[in-house]
Design a protein around this ligand. Structure first.
Ligand SMILES: C[S@@+](CC[C@H](N)C(=O)[O-])C[C@H]1O[C@@H](n2cnc3c(N)ncnc32)[C@H](O)[C@@H]1O
Length: 200
């Protein structure tokens, strides 16, 4: 892994690889660590791999610079989306951008697309709908009913935009990641000696 000094430098600003790629969280996520990452990343111990068992928006991992990452979360839709971004980011961005149109920023269209999401099987389209819902639903919440259906209401934002640059940045970062849909107990069980383990 890079030195602690390098971790500090990377944590200060979003990582801009070129004019089109930005490395910072692209999801709104309740409880995300984006505002406190500057305090956490420089204090991480040295190691080759960072294990993040409660990934959410991956705020800490995205601000750090380990050789590799074990990224996991109990939310299957989240992890499926990250996996699709890793293997075919262009398809995800194309599908997501097609959803960020004015006619889809209306309550009726939102509820139709939310229903489509809830009936969809794992696919690029479902992951694009996940990104659409995140940017159009109330407060960017991610909440499911007892049957597993996403049930956050329409958020009424003016002109939400698709975070394409951040998704591209995530796809570069994702090449160093292994993604798992699993509980934190399973993630810690996969951790190896020398891994740096996040517990938040
Ligand atoms: C507060 S959020 C994490 C925020 C993240 N650190 C960030 O910066 O965006 C908590 C995450 O833990 C996940 N989670 C909840 N219970 C879990 C469990 N038992 N095992 C693994 N992940 C869990 C949720 O799906 C959610 O994404």
């Amino acid at each position: 892994m890079s030195s602690q000094a390098t971790q500090s430098a990377l944590a200060l600003e979003p990582i801009v690889d070129d004019a089109f790629v930005v490395r910072k969280p692209f999801l709104k996520w309740a409880g995300n660590k984006n505002r406190v990452k500057h305090h956490i990343v420089p204090r991480l111990p040295e190691g080759k791999r960072l294990v993040e068992p409660f990934a959410g928006s991956c705020a800490i991992s995205l601000a750090s610079d380990f050789d590799s990452y074990l990224i996991a979360d109990a939310n299957a839709d989240l992890i499926d989306m990250y996996q699709f971004i890793k293997v075919d980011v262009d398809a995800v961005i194309e599908a997501a951008e097609g959803l960020f149109v004015p006619r889809n920023n209306e309550a009726e269209a939102f509820y139709e697309l939310r229903l489509e999401f809830n009936q969809a099987v794992t696919s690029v389209r479902k992951s694009a709908l996940f990104i659409y819902l995140n940017r159009h639903c109330f407060n960017g919440l991610c909440r499911y009913n007892a049957s597993g259906g996403f049930n956050v209401p329409f958020g009424r934002y003016s002109g939400p935009t698709c975070p394409s640059r951040e998704i591209l940045g995530f796809s570069e970062f994702a090449q160093r990641c292994e993604f798992h849909h699993q509980s934190f107990e399973e993630t810690f069980a996969m951790a190896e000696e020398g891994d740096v383990r996040l517990t938040i």
